[in-house]
Design a protein around this ligand. Structure first.
Ligand code: SAM
Length: 248
C-alpha cells in the first residue's frame, strides 16, 4: 500500500567522511521518491557495512548528501510485523505513528469477526488514503533508516500467512489461560522475525485464537487489566524491543 520496506533504505556509494559531500548509490531514486525527499532535508543514510549517518541531502539528481554524525553500530535485533485488527476512530493512526517510532518493519491491518471492515471505517470520512503519508511523516520525525511497509487490509485468514512467515508469532489474548508474556520472555531465543497479532475493541473470537494457534502463534497475556487495542500494541512492541533489542 506504500513504498516502504528495504527498497526505501538510503545508502552511500562509498565510505563517507564527516562533513564531506558523498554520492548515494545510483539506485537511490526510488528510495528518495518514497520519502518524498527534498534537498536540505536530513535523513539516515547507511554505508556498505550498515553503519548509519545523519546526513543532509544536497541534491537529488545526482543523489548526494553530507553526513554530519556517525551513529553507533547498528544493534537492530529482529523484524517486527504488527498485525493489527482494524480499530475504530483515530486509534489506527495512533498505532501507525507509535509503531513507526518503535521500529515495526511491516504493518498489516486486518478485519476480523469483531472488528470494523475498511469500508465501515472509511464510511464517515475516508482516512485510509492518508496512512502512507502518516508513516512517511512519522519515519522522518524519528529518522528511521526505512519506511515501514504497509499492507492492504487483509481478511483474518489471509493475515495468518504472517504467522507462517515469522519465527515467533504472538497473539494477544485476554483470557486467563494465555501465557504471561513475562514467562515467554524467560525462555525465548531472539527470533529474526516476530509477528504480533492484536485484537480489535471487541476482542478476538475464541475460534480466531484457535486458528492462529493452529498456524503456530502463541497466545500471550499482558496481565489482568484489559488494555485498549492501541495500548496493547504499543506496550507489547516496547516490551519486545526491551527483550530482543532494537527492532529493525
Ligand atoms: N472485550 C475484549 C475481549 O474480551 O477480548 C477486549 C479487547 S481489548 C480492548 C483489545 C485487544 O487488545 C485484545 O483483543 C487483545 O489482543 C489485546 N489486549 C488488551 N489487553 C490485553 C491483556 N491484558 N493481555 C493480552 N492482550 C490484551
Amino acid at each position: 500500500m506504500n513504498d516502504g520496506g528495504d527498497a526505501s533504505r538510503l545508502y552511500f556509494a562509498s565510505s563517507p567522511d564527516i562533513e564531506v559531500e558523498t554520492p548515494l548509490i545510483k539506485e537511490s531514486a526510488t528510495a528518495l521518491a518514497a520519502w518524498a525527499a527534498r534537498p536540505g532535508e536530513i535523513f539516515t543514510v547507511s554505508d556498505a557495512d550498515g553503519v548509519g549517518y545523519r546526513a543532509r541531502l544536497v541534491s537529488l539528481d545526482p543523489p548526494v548528501a553530507i553526513p554530519f554524525v556517525r551513529l553507533a553500530e547498528s544493534h537492530e535485533g529482529c523484524e517486527l510485523v504488527l498485525c493489527q485488527a482494524l480499530p475504530a476512530r483515530e486509534r489506527f493512526e495512533l498505532i501507525l505513528e507509535k509503531l513507526t517510532e518503535l521500529g515495526a518493519a511491516r504493518i498489516v491491518p486486518f478485519s476480523s469477526r469483531h472488528s470494523l471492515t475498511l469500508k465501515e471505517r472509511d464510511a464517515s470520512q475516508r482516512k485510509s488514503h492518508r496512512w502512507p503519508h502518516l508513516l512517511q511523516r512519522a519515519s522522518r520525525q524519528c529518522r528511521r533508516t526505512m519506511l515501514p511497509e504497509l499492507s492492504d487490509v487483509l481478511p483474518f485468514e489471509a493475515m495468518l500467512q504472517e504467522v507462517h512467515e515469522a519465527d515467533l508469532a504472538l497473539i494477544l489474548d485476554v483470557r486467563p489461560e494465555a501465557l504471561p508474556l513475562r514467562q515467554l520472555f524467560a525462555t525465548a531465543q531472539t527470533p529474526q522475525r516476530i509477528a504480533l497479532l492484536v485484537g480489535p475493541e471487541g476482542g478476538f473470537a475464541p475460534e480466531e485464537i484457535a486458528q492462529a494457534q493452529q498456524a503456530g502463534a502463541i497466545a500471550v497475556s499482558l496481565g489482568q487489566r484489559i488494555l485498549r487495542t492501541e495500548s496493547a500494541a504499543i506496550v507489547t512492541a516496547s516490551l519486545l524491543q526491551y527483550r530482543f533489542g532494537d527492532l529493525g
